[in-house]
Design a protein around this ligand. Structure first.
Ligand SMILES: Cc1cc2nc3c(=O)[nH]c(=O)nc-3n(C[C@H](O)[C@H](O)[C@H](O)COP(=O)(O)O)c2cc1C
Length: 188
């Protein structure tokens, strides 16, 4: 069983990456046989969808950028869950995250490949109330289009997903992760 994290930040190895790592570490602690992998969109060139209709007939995009290289990884039948982490940019997800989600329509158009997989969302702002909840719900809207099962409330009354903020110091985060008490994470 595998859980994939998608890091929607244009910055490598920053707060979104660390937040995803925290979630995936927790998942592996719950169950030894969970494999995890993080895809950093910062490493990839993924443009917006052109609505050309090419992917209505095949599991492939006509655009020659990096989206097609993700198809084998993301169509793996062992994937049980996908966690999307995105920084909050002007109150919603990054353009990198939105471009990835729009282009992910090819998985929907070719047999709803993400159907019934669990989808979690982390939104990381620079400030505590910077639009994280709206961002989470915008990402969840896309996950619902895929017929995924969105992570919702947890024992900690974390209604929508995990909201985090980086604050002044890039590595300092206050996390509200479902099923876990709020925790301060510091860079070591
Ligand atoms: C263009 C831009 C817009 C931003 N807009 C917001 C915002 O609306 N709300 C907020 O809380 N933080 C905002 N931020 C701050 C980032 O969300 C914050 O620095 C986040 O930690 C970045 O994630 P990363 O460290 O993984 O790159 C913005 C940053 C940039 C560059």
């Amino acid at each position: 069983m595998k859980i994939i994290g998608i890091n929607g930040s244009p910055r490598k190895n920053q707060t979104t990456q660390k937040s995803l790592e925290t979630c995936l570490d927790a998942a592996r602690k719950e169950l030894d046989r969970i494999e995890t992998e993080i895809i950093e969109l910062a490493d990839l060139n993924i443009r917006g969808c052109l609505d050309c209709g090419y992917c209505k007939k095949q599991l492939k995009c006509k655009q020659e950028d990096d989206l097609n290289s993700l198809i084998p990884t993301l169509s793996d039948k062992n994937i049980a869950g996908i966690i999307i982490g995105t920084p909050v940019y002007l109150g919603t997800m990054t353009s990198q995250c939105k471009a990835f989600l729009d282009r992910s329509v090819l998985f929907r158009r070719n047999g709803f490949i993400f159907r019934n997989k669990v989808g979690g969302v982390l939104a990381i702002g620079g400030v505590r109330n910077g639009g994280q909840e709206l961002t989470i719900q915008a990402v969840q809207a896309a996950l619902m289009c895929h017929d995924m099962i969105c992570v919702s409330d947890g024992l900690n009354t974390c209604h929508f997903g995990a909201t985090l903020f980086s604050g002044d110091k890039a590595a300092l985060m206050l996390t509200h992760l479902a099923f876990r008490p709020p925790k301060i994470l510091d860079d070591e």
